[in-house]
Each structure stands twice: as C-alpha cells, then as structure tokens.
Ligand binder design. Structure first.
Ligand SMILES: *Cc1c(COP(=O)(O)O)cnc(C)c1O
Length: 406
C-alpha cells in the first residue's frame, strides 16, 4: 500500500482565497499529510484490526474509542457518532427539546451550532458575544429570554472556554438547561472538569481540522447523565436500544423511538484511537506555536487583538485567531505569498440567509459583527514548523510596514 504521506493533500478547511505557492515558502492553512507519515504505522495496526474483523459498522473500535475518550475527558458516557453536527442534534433531542423550544446561542459561531437547534425542532435565539473570549456574553442573555426559553448553548471557540460560571448561574436562575457546543474544545478543562461536562452534556467534533481530527467526519456526545446517554445511543441507530454487533444487525429488532442513522464509522474510530495517544503532545506543540506567533506579533501595529497565550485556565489552541486592520487585503497579500489563512466566521449567524425568518438586521449584535469583519486565523497545527511561523510573521511585518511607510 502506498504511504498516504506521498499523496498531496489540500486543505479541507476550504480557504476561500486562491492558493499560489511560492516555492518553499508555501504554508498551507491546514494539512494532515505531514502527520500521516509518522502516524501511519500506528493507524495501520488499528485499521488492519477493523479489516480483519470484517466489521465496518458496529465493530469493536467505536466502543474502544468511547472508553478511551471517557478516560481522557472524565465523562461518564461518551457516545460516538458520525459528526459533531449530528452529536448536537441528538444531544438536543435527548435532553428533552420539544418543538418550538428556544435555545440561546451566540450570533458568532460555526453555523452548525444554530442549525442543529432547527434540525432538532427548536428555535435558535441569538445573543451577542464577549469580545475577548468570542463566546456568549453572559450579560447579553437576559434581554433575549422569553417564556419559551429552555436551553442555553455556550460555544467554546478557538482557544478558550466560554464563561461557564456566569452562564451556569444565569441558567440556574432561569431554570434553563446548559448544553455545550464543545466541538472545538477537546482538552479544554476548568477546575479539572472537561468541556462538555458543565451542564447536561456536550459534543466533540473530529472533523479533520479539529485538534483531534479523523480522516473524514466523526463526532461524539459527552454526558454524565444516564438517561441522555441511553437516548443518544438509541437515536444514533434508528431508535434501537442496545448495541447489535456485526455488519447486519437484525432488521426488525424493536424500535423505541424514531431515530437517525448517525453511527460512527469503525475505520474513523481506529484512526482516532491511534491519534488520541498523541493528543497531549499535539496540544503542547500547538501552545508552543501560539507562543511563537505572540512573540512576533505583539509589537506589530495593525494587529488589533491577539489571543492571550498562557495564563488562561484550560487553554488549548485549536485556532490561532487575531483581529487586524484591512483583514481581506492582508489575507490576499499572504495568499499571494503562499500563506493560506482562514476567516472564522465571515458572517454572523443572525445575518445568514438560513436564519432570515428570525428577522434580524445588521447592527443587532455589534460585537459579533465586528469580529466577522476583523478576525483572521493563521496556520496552526502540530506539524507546522517554527520557521513557517516566522515566514508568516515576516510577511505580516512586510504588509503592515509597507503600509506605515506608504
Ligand atoms: C466543527 C464544529 C461543529 C461541527 O462539527 P462537524 O463534525 O463538522 O459536524 C459544530 N460547532 C462548532 C463550534 C465547530 O467548530
């Protein structure tokens, strides 16, 4: 079998800018090709087990991964599913969301945080964000409460947790259930507790770009609640309770509720089991790269905001996100020199066409809107070299110095 490392990988993050490579200076926004060279022997061992078992669904690897992730996160239950998005939909349903229930979600996040609410039968109600954490601003929640509000969904973005104590206190005051979109937050902890376990449950995404990335789609639900775990287990598999091992589970076993087919693929589980052994080393490497960016960008005029590096409890750098002047011009300049960047997120959710019926207008959530105009994510993944970070920073200095002297 040819080594996967020899095949060329393109970014799965879908950078919207043309990619022009300038010799050795090209820095992809994200690639797994480099890590594969080292990881392949480890992955192969697990993957061959899947192939030998001949069970590509309902096999042993998903259960093994669930147990390993339960150990890693401290969750009582981890239920493997096919994506972070489905994990959110199943979690919302299992936590008792009824048609028309309102869920408070931030206006600035990945679209799935809010579309999962719609898919589960609820109604997302947007609130503005805190400009430092980019997560729900606890002070913005009260004005968005209605009679129908039943859930609040903090989303942990980029490199730190939302303000869980303030959001938790607000939820307790108003009898709301906290469900976390912790899709980006593997490894983030506060007071020893892992993201996703501060309320009724949370999720993980193993989309390839994530801190723990599969070679395709996968996700999980985390919860300490036995009833939620049971329902998610059933919902992921056509509403059937209890696991049927084998590729051809009995077709007419009794079904307790209408469910989905959202099971995790055993090959993805095999890859994730292998990569989980390196997760803490990867997280440490991400912090090292963030510190390298910080050293070079701290003094640079034109950079309006940088993430705090160090001194933030439970910090894990999934994305290194800065706010800059003339963001699109800078991104185009970097792309012209072979450096891919990404905009997280180009449009706030209250202005996305799919939520038009909620009737929002520009200006409704100004902090979220400003973040969409100014934020830029720089390449950050364990296989990125410190020299590449220097290249990116040199180019940023070129861009802003030229502008200063122009
Ligand atoms: C990645 C992500 C999701 C969705 O996860 P998928 O596995 O891609 O479905 C949801 N919410 C946030 C905040 C994410 O970053």
């Amino acid at each position: 079998m040819p080594s996967p490392a020899t095949t060329s990988a393109s970014t799965s993050a879908g950078a919207g800018l043309p990619r022009q490579t300038v010799g050795a200076r090209a820095v992809p926004f994200f690639t797994q090709a480099r890590s594969f060279e080292q990881l392949w022997p480890l992955i192969e061992r697990h993957a061959v087990e899947v192939l030998d078992d001949g069970k590509f669904s309902h096999g042993r690897q998903v259960e093994r991964l669930e147990r390993a992730l339960a150990r890693y996160t401290g969750a009582r239950h981890v239920i493997g599913v096919n994506s972070g998005t489905d994990a959110l939909v199943l979690l919302l349903r299992a936590a008792g969301l009824r048609p028309g229930d309102e869920v408070l979600v931030p206006a600035f996040t990945f679209v799935a945080s809010a579309s999962a609410v719609v898919l589960a039968g609820g109604r997302p109600v947007f609130a503005d964000i805190d400009p430092v954490s980019y997560a729900l601003d606890p002070a913005a929640l009260a004005q968005r409460l209605t009679e129908r509000t039943r859930f609040v969904m903090p989303v942990h973005l980029f490199c730190r947790l939302a303000d869980l104590s303030a959001i938790g206190a607000f939820a307790a005051r108003h009898d709301l259930t906290v469900l976390e979109d912790s899709a980006e937050a593997i490894g983030m902890r506060q007071g020893g507790r892992h993201a996703g376990l501060f309320g009724a449950g949370g999720v993980l995404s193993f989309f390839p770009t994530k801190t723990l990335g599969a070679i395709g789609d996968a996700g999980a639900v985390l919860t300490d609640d036995d009833e939620i775990a049971r329902t998610v287990d059933a919902l992921r598999h056509h509403g059937r309770l209890g696991r049927t091992i084998g590729n051809f589970p009995a077709i007419n076993t009794s079904t307790s509720l209408p469910g989905f087919n959202s099971k995790m693929d055993d090959l993805q589980a095999a890859v994730l089991l292998a990569k989980l052994t390196r997760l803490d080393a990867d997280i440490a490497r991400r912090a090292e790269l963030a510190a390298a960016y910080e050293r070079r960008l701290a003094e640079l005029p034109g950079v309006l905001r940088r993430p705090q590096v160090g001194g933030v409890e439970g910090q894990v750098f999934y994305v290194y996100l800065i706010e800059v002047e003339r963001r699109d011009e800078l991104a185009a300049f970097l792309a012209g020199h072979g450096v891919e960047t990404e905009v997280y997120y180009p449009s706030p959710l209250h202005l996305q066409p799919c939520f038009a019926e909620l009737g929002h207008r520009a200006g409704d959530f100004p902090v979220a809107e400003a973040a969409c105009r100014r934020t830029l994510a720089l390449p950050l993944y364990p296989e990125l070299s410190l020299a590449e970070v220097e290249t990116v920073c040199d180019l940023m200095h070129d861009f802003f110095d030229q502008r200063e002297s122009a």
